[in-house]
Ligand binder design. Sequence first.
Ligand code: ZN
Length: 137
Amino acid sequence: MGGTTEFFEIETTASQESFDISDRVKDVVARSGIARGLCQVIVLHSTCAIVLNETADPNIGKDVLRALGEVFPERDDWLHNLKDDNAASHLRASVLGPSEVIPIVDGELLLGKWQEVWLFEFDGPRARRVAVHLVEG
Ligand code: ZN
């Protein structure tokens, strides 16, 4: 089975924010020449997440951040804060998850009209590494 793995970096600029990384992912798929297969997008950090959702309205990303902040607020008594003081960031990233798998059909990502690829930052600003792993077949 053929395939490839490529990496790129996103320089986040705030403690919490969302980035549309669709064009970066689509570029890797286009250059691969793979007509049919699977594309896994994974962020290689424990306080970031990858999500498929609508980016045409950037307020959706802000709403996601707000909702996660309400569900997992900053608290002094999270156990991980004894070690690293960013427990809420880990919790928010954990529920969204670090990766998504998207089918490749006819050389393009199979996404709905309103689906794009978001990267969520929960503990920035930092340089974040993303892998795009393509499997042909
Ligand atoms: Zn930590």
